[in-house]
Ligand binder design. Structure first.
Ligand SMILES: O=C1O[C@H](COP(=O)(O)O)[C@@H](O)[C@H](O)[C@H]1O
Length: 257
């Protein structure tokens, strides 16, 4: 049995309870951000994450008009393709809520068929949102929600890939993703690690083997998910279900916001 280092903000739930806890966490982050800055900047992943956000759909406390949504990564496919992270977020969340379309900053490959230009355009979009308002070297998201791949990848940052060492760009691209589709756009580690809060969300038995490897974090493994370490005062959280955390031993402190 693996014992993770302390302190670790890892919360485990029966899988039916995970979406509500995650929604409460997102809403707390939303409230604090709006009180402080009048807006809430969030980056979303795709894959299995969007369906975990279902409890936000009918929650009257969500201030959709204050949200500015970016994607942590995107697969370069048409926006209505089943692999599109935007399409996933739209079908599981956005098409059911009154968020102004202009507040969703998606990456549309149909507009630009050169992937480098596509990444540049998304970086410029981030600069428009963040650099003018916050004047930081890297954008400071109020919240980034990340998934965990079974190989330890997160966003489109894969084990052993050169993008892991990217230290300058906000947005990068790859054409050789080991997981299909091959062409992808991704936020980089400096952007992830400047966020105010990052929450990984991992559910299902498919994550059970990799989760202790990521939490154990031996330098030699260099699993991308274990390289997510927000700089102080940023904070990292894990929201996992019982199936994903079966190999992790930790004191089950009740989830409290
Ligand atoms: O390809 C991707 O994989 C990760 C993990 O996906 P999951 O379905 O195993 O949760 C996801 O976070 C990322 O956004 C996506 O492009």
């Amino acid at each position: 049995m693996h014992h993770p280092p302390n302190p670790l903000l890892l919360y485990s739930f029966p899988s039916d309870d995970l979406p509500r806890a995650l929604a409460d966490f997102v809403l707390k982050a939303q409230k604090e951000s709006i009180e402080k800055k009048g807006r809430f900047t969030i980056a979303l992943s795709g894959g299995s994450l969007p369906k975990q956000l279902k409890e936000l759909i009918n929650d009257p406390t969500v201030k959709w008009d204050k949200w500015q949504v970016f994607y942590a990564d995107e697969r370069v496919v048409p926006l209505d393709h089943p692999d599109s992270n935007h399409n996933l977020c739209k079908s599981k969340l956005f098409q059911h809520v009154p968020i102004p379309p202009a507040n969703i900053h998606h990456i549309d490959p149909v507009l630009l068929d050169d992937i480098e230009e596509l990444a540049d355009a998304y970086e410029k979009e981030l600069i428009r949102e963040f650099a003018q308002k916050d004047s930081a070297r890297f954008p400071v998201f109020d919240l980034i929600l990340l998934g965990l791949g079974e190989d330890g990848h997160t966003c489109s940052l894969f084990p052993g890939h050169e993008l892991i060492t990217e230290s300058d760009r906000w947005v990068a691209y790859l054409e050789d993703s080991p997981k299909p589709p091959p062409k992808r756009i991704t936020l980089t580690f400096p952007v992830l690690n400047h966020a105010s809060r990052i929450a990984f969300v991992a559910a299902g038995a498919g994550k059970a083997d990799v989760l202790p490897l990521v939490l154990d974090n031996p330098e030699e493994r260099k699993l991308p998910a274990s390289l997510v370490k927000p700089a102080h005062p940023g904070q990292l959280y894990w929201f996992v279900d019982d199936a994903a955390s079966v190999n992790v031993a930790f004191s089950k402190t009740p989830f409290k916001l």
